[in-house]
Design a protein around this ligand. Structure first.
Ligand SMILES: [Zn+2]
Length: 227
């Protein structure tokens, strides 16, 4: 069962269109698997739609009392035409299912990522990373695959690190994470994730990992690799 959800403030920014593409994708992927957040998103979307509707059309209804009814009736027709003719309405294309394979296993890529370009895969030990080419400067997005028994040495983050579990599970000091979990961490968190049975994650980070134990210098390549 999904236990980790985006915070309400983050969902609000998502609905308002204020998030970078990578974080938006993370929320959309999670919401595809989470009925609770899906409902929050549609409620907020409705509110935002109503609000912008009022902003655009309210001034048209402010008229003197005598002509109020006529003007309102005419404007209502205009309004419907505006909406029907609006080029803002996206025409949804049928989703094409795309798969990606890691370590001889095939995974279906979440619909929201299927139109994004994937970079080459690179490996370190039991980790494989495919960069998602979004060109968001310091924000890097990737698919990260961990083979059974693989993990990431204990670390913290200088910036933020978002992980959305697409398949499989992993655990750290705070517990077990399963498919669909949305895990947003920052410098106040320190953890050592390990995947017993393997997993595939969508990750977004805006800085390299910072290792907290032992041979930091030796681990730095892994930090840049994950970021
Ligand atoms: Zn949720």
């Amino acid at each position: 069962m999904i236990n980790h959800h985006p915070k309400f403030e983050l969902i609000k920014s998502f609905v308002n269109g204020d998030l970078p593409a990578s974080l938006s994708a993370g929320i959309a992927i999670h919401a595809d698997m989470c009925a609770v957040c899906q409902q929050t998103i549609s409620q907020l979307t409705e509110q935002v739609a109503e609000h912008s509707f009022e902003e655009v059309y309210l001034d048209r209804f402010i008229v003197d009392n005598e002509s109020l009814e006529t003007v309102a009736a005419i404007d209502f027709n205009h309004m419907i035409n505006d909406i029907v003719e609006s080029s803002d309405i996206d025409i949804a294309l049928p989703a094409v299912e795309k798969t990606v394979s890691f370590n001889d296993k095939q995974y279906t890529i979440p619909a929201v990522l299927s139109s994004m370009k994937l970079g080459k895969s690179s490996h370190i030990g039991k980790l494989t990373r495919s960069r998602i080419l979004l060109n968001e400067n310091e924000i890097h997005s990737s698919l990260l695959h961990i083979q059974p028994g693989g993990g990431i040495p204990e670390h913290t983050h200088k910036g933020f690190e978002l992980t959305v579990l697409l398949d499989g599970s992993f655990h750290d000091e705070s517990g077990e994470y399963v498919k669909g979990d949305f895990i947003m961490l920052d410098g106040s968190h320190q953890h050592n994730p390990v995947s017993t049975n393997g997993c595939l994650c969508f990750t977004v980070a805006n800085d390299a990992l910072h290792f907290t134990q032992g041979i930091n210098k030796l681990l730095n390549p892994i930090g840049s690799f994950i970021y």
